[in-house]
Design a binder for this molecule. Sequence first.
Ligand code: MG
Length: 364
Amino acid sequence: MSARAKLAYAALTDVGRVRAHNEDSVLAQPPLFVVADGLGGHEAGEVASAIAVETLRDHAPRRADGKSLARAVRAANREVIRAAREGVGRAGMGTTMTAVIVEGTRLAVAHVGDSRAYLLHAKHLERLTEDHSMVADMIRRGQLTETAARYHPNRSVITRALGSDPNMVADSFEVDAAPGDRLLLCSDGLTSMLEDAAIEGVLGEYRDPSVAAEMLVQAANEAGGHDNISVLVIDLEGEQRETEVAERRRIPRGLLGALGWLVAFALVVGSIGYGVYRHAQTRAYLIAENGVVAIYRGVPGSFAGVRLSWPAEKTDIAVDALPVWRQDALRDGLAVNSLARARAVADDLRSDAASRTPGITPVK
Ligand code: MG
């Protein structure tokens, strides 16, 4: 690949394995890339997402300007509202929207709802957008872990969308990526089925963007395909230099952007600081290990490449004896606030396992 290779990308949308219609809309028309996940059912969602994407295409800037892109998203919002009022689609239809303008390695992002933009840099996946959803708010307030959010009954409730509030504001910002970085836009049909680590693995493994897109959709379908799955994989110009960890500058737009920036800044500073270590020491998690449930102090996974966990105790609870959804939650670690809480959860699991008849698979 030459130092200034052309922008390579792939867009794929799939109905999944459960839904009758595909309500997602995608657009890959460089420099503009968009994913919109329609809401409203009865085919109204696909009307909303299609109107939103078409309107955005007509209003989007050619340059990576976050503010202008956010204005175009607002125009799309007004158009969805107007269409519903005029009897196109249905009243109450709406859509998410995650849009990116790619100008070399400079990105402008505008975003509403729970579709997402990610950046893969040196095989490390970074989430660029923050979900506007009930569970994301609870995670931000410390009331829910990422793992628990995946099983929360209100996990698909979004708090901001196009199609209802004429004064809706999109999050928008600009990002300086590095040459050869890979951008992913996707609907929640991907992220509700695959954890970030799995997405990172697929994006890092397949060099061809169309193969990577295909493998992501396939993996989401294999994991259940509960929703429509849309992915856009875009390889930025230039060759990735994996040994170099480039410093990226993110310019926030508006208050939400500024808050996001502060959170990101705090995380970066915190990741190298004592605070994270202290925090990790007070936490605990349960995880499936060698067929039984083990309790660790600390947090699952690694943080800035460092594992912050310490074995606490092993239980006699067989993972196989637990319901499938419990097994899933335990696979990557079920984080809780304290060691005492972890022991209480273990007691729950123990009685859960004891109440089930061995050898009978429950009907979900
Ligand atoms: Mg969806």
